[in-house]
Ligand binder design. Structure first.
Ligand code: SF4
Length: 482
């Protein structure tokens, strides 16, 4: 059987904001995972339109397309072209799960929710020519005992970060602007692999660098702790994402740093308690963001801070406050978003009920446009403030100030080159991509992620402060320092 797996590029690829390097980071791991359920004898072609020209004049037996909100139009158009030629098309992904009625019109079959459990059944039905219109994932979700991901289908040389890996699905929290609850509705919304399986998968990845694409790498403390213990001595460097709370609690973050964690995506999102409550991001309430940033600095972990603008309690100063905080706290890179009520989320439901949704042009749901009626800021103020924040944070003067606020020279240089390299050399990246040189950049990335020996200032300060408050620490490292 001939099977075509397609990740269509996001609408941004046609916009002035398009940054080819941003979309040449990670291979389409989800599609490579589905491919693992196909037979070895099947002829499989996996195409990612972000990094290659899409070839759709072929005649496979089955086409599977992954749909995000801002590639939906493109996905539907590709689906239509194949279906017009009589090819069977299946669609899956976040947007399909959010709006199955919409996706139904463009597909022979759709997958709702994570597809690992339903895909094998679909394949059996497909062979018998008895496919259902929808395959809905509910009970029995797991990512344990899975066949090995078909990494051989990934064109590694086209990505800066080919060694991406996912060890969990979902996350233990329930922020109301997040897709997670909608995507995992009807079953478990946070589940993980076993440590032995993760280690096997890691051993398949050549080089030193790993990027954990999990929503929350530290979400299952026991698993994370065992994994980091087991990874000691593997001489890996890795990046991932975690919550502010998980950085402040216990000593998991130290274990991660000792094992090779060198940069972390952190969802700070907003400084306003009202905004946090509105977003049901209660896990961030009453947390000391500065302390979290300092703790990461002292462990030599670079920070990619995520921030959302446009929550109902934001005022005109929110942009400056947020940028200033990022620079003062030496955040390495900042990702700003305009609040976006994705269909299927609780936020979308609330706004729809209140008549605040302004458009259903999904191309505009890219976190760069205002698609809802704002409250305390006008939509122009919000879009202008968002653009200003990006420009301001990535000004050379601010990059230099943030870089040189670290104590150690090596940390300063790492910050400077990481941030500068990411945002200031777009044309160079374009040349590197065009000449097929991304693979050669990996050793440079690994160098930027090399270890900075950390001091104990965070732990000492924390102990003094908390001892005075009579707080007992669970963290043995901190007790030792005291
Ligand atoms: S912590 Fe992150 S992944 Fe989890 S629900 Fe909130 S936004 Fe989504």
């Amino acid at each position: 059987m001939k099977v075509k797996l397609i990740l269509p590029s996001l609408t941004e690829s046609k916009s002035v904001f398009w940054r080819p390097i941003k979309y040449s980071l990670f291979p389409p791991l989800g599609l490579a995972t589905l491919a693992s359920y196909l037979n070895e004898s099947d002829e499989i072609d996996l195409q990612d339109q972000h990094v290659e020209k899409l070839e759709i004049s072929d005649q496979p037996d089955l086409v599977i397309i992954q749909v995000y909100i801002t590639n939906a139009k493109r996905a539907y158009s590709i689906a239509k072209q194949y279906r017009d030629r009589g090819v069977f098309v299946a669609l899956g992904g976040l947007h399909v799960t959010s709006l199955p009625e919409e996706a139904d019109k463009y597909a022979d079959t759709i997958f709702i929710g994570p597809a690992e459990q339903t895909f094998p059944q679909f394949l059996e039905d497909f062979k018998r020519k008895e496919t259902k219109k929808r395959y809905i994932s509910t009970i029995g979700r797991t990512i344990q005992n899975q066949p090995p991901i078909r990494r051989d289908l990934i064109k590694r040389e086209k990505y800066l970060v080919p060694n991406s890996i996912v060890i969990s699905r979902g996350c233990p929290h329930h922020c109301n602007f997040c897709y997670k609850d909608a995507f995992f509705a009807g079953g478990k919304s946070f589940y993980t692999q076993r440590v032995d399986e993760i280690l096997t998968e890691i051993s398949r990845l050549e080089g030193k660098h790993l990027y954990f694409l999990d929503d929350h790498l530290l979400g299952n403390k026991k698993l994370a702790s065992e994994l980091f213990e087991s990874m000691r001595g593997m001489n890996r460097v890795f990046q991932g994402a975690a919550t502010v709370k998980s950085i402040l609690e216990g000593d998991l973050i130290e274990k991660a740093a000792e094992t090779g964690l060198r940069s972390l995506f952190v969802g700070f999102e907003t400084f306003s308690p009202e905004n946090l409550r509105q977003s049901n991001k209660r896990q961030n309430l009453k947390l000391d963001y500065e302390r979290a940033a300092q703790r990461l600095h002292d462990l030599g972990i670079m920070i990619n801070g995520s921030f959302v603008f446009g929550l109902d309690n934001d005022d005109k100063d929110v942009f400056k406050r947020t940028v200033d905080w990022g620079v003062e706290n030496a955040i390495t890179t900042a990702t700003y978003h305009i609040l976006t009520p994705y269909p299927g989320t609780r936020l979308y439901g609330q706004m729809k009920k209140e008549g605040r949704i302004l458009t259903q042009d999904w191309d505009l749901y890219d976190t760069r446009h205002v698609v809802y009626k704002t409250k305390s800021l006008s939509s122009t103020e919000l879009e202008n403030g968002y653009r200003w924040a990006y420009k301001e944070f990535y000004k050379w003067s601010n990059i230099l100030e943030a870089s040189f606020s670290h104590d150690q020279f090596k940390h300063q240089m790492k910050h400077l080159f990481y941030t500068g390299g990411w945002k200031k050399f777009e044309s160079l990246w374009n040349i590197i991509i065009n000449v097929g040189g991304l693979k050669k950049m990996l050793p440079l990335l690994e160098l930027l992620l090399s270890k900075v020996e950390y001091k104990n200032s965070y732990t000492q300060k924390a102990v003094i402060k908390h001892s005075a408050e009579g707080v007992k620490f669970e963290n043995s490292k901190i007790e030792l320092t005291a």
